[in-house]
Write a protein that binds this ligand. Sequence first.
Ligand code: ADP
Length: 282
Amino acid sequence: MSEIELRDVVQRFHARGTPSGFLTAVQSTSFTLRSDPPHIVSLVGQSGSGKSTIARIILGLQRPSSGLVTYGGRDIFKLSRAEYDDYRKNVQPVFQDPYAIFNPFYRVDRVLRTAIKKFSLASTAAEASSLMEESLLAVKLDPGQVLGRYPHQLSGGQRQRIMLARVHMLRPSFIIADEPVSMLDAQVRKLFLDILTDFRTTYGMTTLFITHDLSTVYYIGGEVMVITRGRIVEKGPVSTVMHTPSHPYTQLLLASVPQPDPDARWTDRIDIAQATAAEAGP
Ligand code: ADP
């Protein structure tokens, strides 16, 4: 079993025009992500509340001003290069639109082969091809349709699922998903959330799901942490927090958006073939 633990993490940034000259983006934050049992925990809050900063800190991309982030009891900022690479193989990010991280001159085939090579996931070209096909099918993409395309020839939803195919190949214990569905239309959004749920049940992956959108929190279920002004003010099972919120901010957040009705809006599993056809693109 592995654990990512944040203990009293604080992140300050220089901010001109503020009385102190600093802005505290993350205030004394502590929580643990466990891989056993695998679970999905949403981090929900309005824009500017500190969610992405927490994601960057967990990924080791931002060193906090104070506090500790440990993985298996070790400070992630004190890992050797090889240990950090191993950590990052096991803790995979999925961002809002991965367009920026794709090389525009690489077809999907090359994007996936690069990951296979980097992480030694296959020993022969044939093994690499079948791994890519298996992973693309797992995220409901047609290998024949997408492997030969460049990033700009894919829809946003397809690009997101190429990232998920990469995750599928790597089988990390943790996924850090930062607003992954906010640019997707409702149908593709549901497909994406169903795949994340499938990754938990089939492969035991734990996801930190960052969003400002309460309806996705209802749909994905599991646990939720509510954040405002860099502070987590409430956490617990989605059913408890969303139905009987104890913190005034959670009550305000819930009152400020139309209440999603999970039975009416979300229970139908979407027709995968229909979704794939709808976003097939050029
Ligand atoms: P969220 O993801 O919830 O929208 P962020 O974590 O991106 O929030 O930002 C939290 C706060 O920290 C915001 O006020 C943002 O402007 C500020 N911030 C984030 N990154 C930096 C940075 N590199 N330098 C200065 N301020 C930053």
